[in-house]
Design a protein around this ligand. Sequence first.
Ligand code: GTR
Length: 415
Amino acid sequence: MRLPLAFLLGATSLCAQTHTTNVDERKVPAYTLPALAVGEAKDWPRQRAALLAQFAHHVHGRTPATPGKIRVRVDGERDDCLGGLAHRTLLHIDLPELPGWHGMDVLLYVPQQAKAPVPCFFGLNFAGNQSVTDESDVPSTVAWLEDGPNVLAHHALPTSAGADASSWPLRTVVAHGFAIATVHYGDLEPDHKDGWRDGVRGAFAAKDATTHEGDAAWGAVGAWAFGLSRLVDHLVTDPRLDPARLAVVGHSRLGKAALWAGVQDERIALVIANESGEGGAALMRRDFGETIGDLVHNFPHWFCPRFAEYANAPERCPVDAHQLLALCAPRLLYVASARDDWWCDPRGEFLAAQHASAAWEPFGKRGLPAGDWPANHVRIGNEVGYHVRPGEHGLTPADWRHFLDFAELHWSQKH
Ligand code: GTR
């Protein structure tokens, strides 16, 4: 898994040499969070729309309306996958009315034994669909990949096949009766400053330059989230899947994308943000680990241009992470942290989920209880769930066990 750049270079934040990364709980300065306006349940759609507009204005930028409908091509089907547990479908999805975008490749596994429509986890992967499975006939992604041990000059090496399989425990998920679908995030936009030209943002800009202009122009996280919603466009039409039980999962920067997709797209019934950190679930006003300044310095393409205004002044940003999480209400939300993942401020992720929980109350639902940061592997909460596990940054089978337990708790009772 990726190590943050600032970690590799030492603990001084790269944004402004004036800010030293804080990793000492005793040195977290006092902060005041913006109030989470929670009225009666009937008021929530209006409050939610206003808050969502604020996140678009200050953090993620505007997501353009989707031009036309998706087009789906089936590239391959097999019945005997994952040791006979799953039916596998390879799909290519694009938008005929957005010809500048080459589209995205989907890897979808559905349990063989399913008698009724099944729930489905879905999410973006970091290193190509070939990296999440040990099945050698899943083609390597042709889109941009970040260079690393299994990637050279942005192209997958043969060793990339299955290299990230531990982050995607496909057999376990399918054995529990869930379908699972994934797409490589580079299919939506290569993850570098000029990547927008080769992704959906470039394709939109070619049709209408205003999508790429102004302080509230969307960023790469927005483009990745857009891809997740286009995947939902397909999942809700697959008769083997239950459209009311779709769960988006994302880790780290792709956890930020999963959250932004989940808050915008109400077809997503469960939003899971694993170690999504700053710009994701972690409170921005809490000075611990990565800051907005680090984010906009190291990844200037991720958020809208206006977000950079808050680089050294998170208190001036009108919104914070607890409000982002609250936008999932009254649907299901799950936040996960790793104890030693200090760059992502795991305690700040927990506190944001705890503060967000008030948004579930008008619906007679319960989020996280009051109280301290829980012990390792103690899953807490009701409609909002949370766990912290020991160890460092990464999406692990242990995290998935909690996601499955949480989904089964809510979904097996009702179906
Ligand atoms: C880091 C970034 C984090 C997190 C992480 C990742 O370098 O600073 O916010 O998103 O990347 O995606 O692994």
